[in-house]
Write a protein that binds this ligand. Structure first.
Ligand code: GLA
Length: 703
């Protein structure tokens, strides 16, 4: 720890140093492995290409049970266990006194059964001795209330002392198991969040702002603090707030701060692990459904692969919306990922914890594979005898016998094992990219202007027809290289900085086709209005601007090449350049929008830029996307698939694998490409069975 004196204290100086070295994305300070990981579950050539398994908590059960558990796992087709992520008080029962004997035996038992092992660092659950001796490590919420013991995630992400304890336990684990032949990967912490508002966090916030803005004058200018007498004379005066009556610049920077802090927290463990573990072992952390607690692209710059926990809390899957989150996770590293947790039937944290229907647990596993997962792990193997999650779905009951869902899970695991060699080295194909901007999502959520303008729903409204019609979509960050895509859709890119705008303009000028959705280009990265009207720095490229935006309490009609209605949001577009074409106009008798352009487009060399000013209903949205895809020559792998049927193609290593999933309860005929050779699943007489899955190998030249 750096001991220099600073107005921010020693922690903040250390954070500043790390921030300078790493957070800019230069890469030098990141702990990720130097190698490029292959598109398979692990970089160990002798291990299965697809991991299937479960979260296993040997510390919760008598050791005499382990052998039977592991045998049942093997019989269920599992080849992987994730262990350790909440077992700190068992690993280190008192400060500095480590007990790994039980873990040695658990890992050895898993190894004997041929299991791959992922070790979770146990830092999401600090032990009672730690928080009792060092209460300052406990998290403080925004109202100043300090957390107590008994739950989890009750630590401060800013606590230097806590990070030291975390590094120490991570180091001990890495020294002991870093080269264990069964250990293939490391998960840091578990679903990191929420932030803390303790004094160390306040100090770190001030250091972060100083690093970001250099001088307090710059901060004042970027946040426009002349408004409501918000002017600050020094960084120390700036409150640490995440919500409430605050400057939107401050609130967006809080998100930047939280992103930096969580990334740095995870990196501090990654850096402890990396030198001590096998270079082929991956280092990751597991993330949550559409979680907006930090910028996930930033978090993953320093990790080897992405891993996430996919749950359908109400037990009613919307396959397209769920697929969007899979694609986002694949976008964090632009490579295949791990599905680190998924439900064996039901969860225990929804309003009504309905179980998935028979067949749907299998569908969801295959969906993950179709979207680029190389691992499917269930949470959890069996419920703990007590504790907060005894109602959660599990593969076994508390008596150690299989739950009714187990045969379906075992069938899925067996299928994935049999398809593993075919799937090895393949990754989903997509010719369309969508941009997901955390800054925009946060900024919209901070000031929705229409309570129903949910940025995830807005994103999904664009994603839905694209996914259904193109059968493959990459979801990537606004800063990613776009040159591989014929079509790039940015549903609500409200926050846009000059660099991103230049990159997007460069993509269009080089022949790319960019589609912007409502609210795009309104604000800069300090959440301030661009001096130009929307789309701000892309206004001159578009040759049009937004004259006014409107929150709608009832729908408005749209007419033109795209027909139907729009709800929630509508922007009045004004063409400025003569070559701008109007795709659709509003019909809003006597209203502000009547007869005004709703969607405009402009050719730029061989490329184009299109601006969609309204939240279109599903029908016009589908028409618009169909038109764009046809114009850009992007065809589905299988045309005219029924709405219930999901199609994905993974390609690589000289192979193409088509996966078809029937999410509905009726069988569906489908016309497959002539080159499709059935490799497994429920394909009978040219039909895909109800809730059925089938996979095919395609000839190389097939679409
Ligand atoms: C999360 C956590 C797990 C468990 C599950 C239950 O994903 O990572 O520890 O609590 O939820 O659904």
């Amino acid at each position: 720890m750096n001991g220099r004196q600073s107005p921010f204290g020693t922690v903040a100086v250390a954070l500043l140093t790390l921030c300078t070295a790493g957070a800019g994305g230069e890469g030098a300070a990141w702990a990720s492995s130097e190698q490029t990981f292959p598109q398979r579950a692990t970089a160990f050539a002798d291990k299965p290409a697809i991991a299937v398994g479960t979260a296993w908590y040997p510390e919760q059960w008598p050791e005499a049970q382990w052998e039977a558990d592991l045998s049942l796992m093997r019989q269920s087709g599992f080849n992987t266990v994730r262990i350790g992520e909440f077992a700190w008080s068992r690993m280190e029962p008192a400060e500095g006194r480590f007990d790994f004997d039980w873990l040695d035996r658990a890992i050895a038992a898993a190894r004997r059964h041929g299991m791959m092992v992922v070790i979770g660092t146990p830092t999401a659950a600090p032990p009672a001795w730690l928080t009792a001796a060092y209460p300052e490590v406990l998290r403080v919420d925004e109202n100043g209330v300090r957390a107590g013991h008994g739950g989890r995630r009750h630590f401060s992400f800013a606590s230097a002392r806590y990070r030291e304890f975390c590094r120490r336990i991570a180091t001990e684990l890495a020294r002991r198991y870093g080269h264990d032949p069964a250990v293939v990967g490391w998960q840091i912490d578990n679903e990191v969040g929420p932030p803390s508002f303790d004094q160390e966090a306040v100090n770190a916030w001030h250091a972060f702002l100083q690093k970001r803005y250099g001088t307090i004058e710059t901060l004042n200018r970027r946040w426009a603090t002349q408004y409501w007498s918000q002017h600050y004379n020094s960084f120390e005066q700036v409150p640490l707030r995440a919500s409430g009556q605050q400057n939107p610049g401050l609130l967006l920077d809080f998100k930047h701060f939280a992103s930096f802090m969580w990334t740095d927290y995870v990196q501090s463990q990654a850096k402890a692990l990396r030198p001590l573990v096998d270079p082929r072992a991956f280092i990751t952390t597991n993330t949550m459904f559409w979680n907006a607690g930090f910028d996930h692209f930033e978090m993953h710059r320093g990790l080897d692969l992405a891993a996430w926990d996919n749950y359908i809390p109400e037990g009613r899957p919307d396959w397209v919306a769920n697929g969007a989150n899979h694609d986002l996770v694949r976008g964090y590293r632009q490579r295949n990922f791990w599905l680190m947790e998924t439900q064996p039937g039901r969860v225990d944290w929804a309003g009504v914890n309905r179980a998935l229907d028979p067949g749907q647990v299998r569908e969801m596993a295959w969906q993950a594979i179709g979207h680029g997962a190389d691992a499917v792990l269930y949470w959890q193997w069996r419920p703990a005898p007590n504790g907060q999650e005894t109602y959660h779905g599990a593969v076994l009951g508390q008596d150690g016998r299989p739950s009714p869902i187990q045969p379906e899970i075992a069938r899925t695991a067996t299928e994935l094992n049999s398809a593993a060699n075919l799937l090895a080295d393949t990754t989903p194909l997509a010719k369309v990219a969508m941009l997901f901007s955390y800054d925009s999502r946060w900024a919209i959520d901070l000031q929705r202007h229409h309570r129903d303008f949910d940025p995830v729903k807005a994103f999904t409204a664009f994603y839905r027809p694209l996914r259904v019609q193109a059968q493959g979509v990459d979801v990537i960050s606004p800063g990613a290289n776009l040159s591989a895509y014929r079509l790039v859709v940015a549903p609500d890119l409200m926050v846009l900085d000059q660099r991103q705008a230049d990159a997007l303009a460069g993509y269009v000028r080089a022949g790319g086709n960019l589609v912007l959705g409502p609210r795009s280009g309104m604000r800069d990265d300090a959440n301030a209005l661009w001096p130009q009207r929307q789309p701000g720095p892309l206004r001159s490229l578009l040759g049009a601007e937004v004259a006014q935006y409107h929150a709608l309490d009832e729908g408005v009609k749209i007419a033109g090449a795209v027909q139907g209605g729009a709800t929630i949001w509508a922007e009045e577009m004004v063409p400025l350049a003569r070559d701008v074409k109007i795709i659709a106009t509003y019909a809003d008798s006597g209203g502000w929008l009547d007869g005004k352009p709703a969607i405009v487009t402009r050719r730029v060399g061989r490329g184009s830029i299109t601006y969609v000013g309204a939240w279109l209903d599903p029908v016009p949205m589908a028409q618009l996307m169909a038109g764009l895809l046809a114009e850009k020559g992007i065809a589905p792998f299988i045309p005219d698939t029924p709405a219930d049927v999901e199609v994905a193609v993974r390609a690589g290593g000289g192979k193409r694998v088509l996966i078809a999933i029937n999410h509905g309860s009726e069988p569906h005929p489908m016309s497959l490409p002539a080159s499709a050779a059935l490799r497994g699943g429920d394909w009978v007489d040219g039909q895909l069975a109800a809730h059925g899955v089938a996979w095919f190998e395609l000839q190389k030249d097939a679409r």
